[in-house]
Design a protein around this ligand. Sequence first.
Ligand SMILES: Cc1cc2nc3c(=O)[nH]c(=O)nc-3n(C[C@H](O)[C@H](O)[C@H](O)COP(=O)(O)O)c2cc1C
Length: 147
Amino acid sequence: MKTVIIYYSKKNTKKVIDKIAETYEVDLINAETVSEADLSGYDKICFASGIYNGSFHESVLHFAEKNLPEWKKVFFIYTSGFRKEGYTQSIHKICAKKKCRILGNCGALGETNWWRIKYFGWNIKGQPDRGEIMKVIQFYGEMLEKE
Ligand SMILES: Cc1cc2nc3c(=O)[nH]c(=O)nc-3n(C[C@H](O)[C@H](O)[C@H](O)COP(=O)(O)O)c2cc1C
């Protein structure tokens, strides 16, 4: 059964998603421009976002609140400046409230000029690179297999 990715991205997460879409048959919904959709026909639903102030972008959160049916299988993909646990908490909470089964999550680095990254002198220029993208594609394949 077909999978859908609902996403928000300025650049980096979309780069990853486009590679996924080259590999797998998938529908894409941009949460910034689409506010309503019928997701009832999808078995598995992926939410993807760049991380903004510790969370998935609010457009993805709103979309999930409004459109995610109960009892679906969901998983999460994100890109962020830091490698850190907890970035999926906000979207996780919404999906749990809707009794969805959370299959997993995968993060990749994404370059940014966000001041905090500069402050820490963290060099992530060019991210997500090929290795980061391959990691997410492999994760995506695992999610498709997972019951
Ligand atoms: C305003 C702003 C806030 C950000 N907040 C975080 C954050 O809390 N944690 C983090 O690791 N990265 C943070 N970043 C970096 C982004 O998550 C990273 O660049 C991500 O790849 C952006 O994804 P996108 O290009 O798909 O939108 C922030 C970037 C900006 C511009």
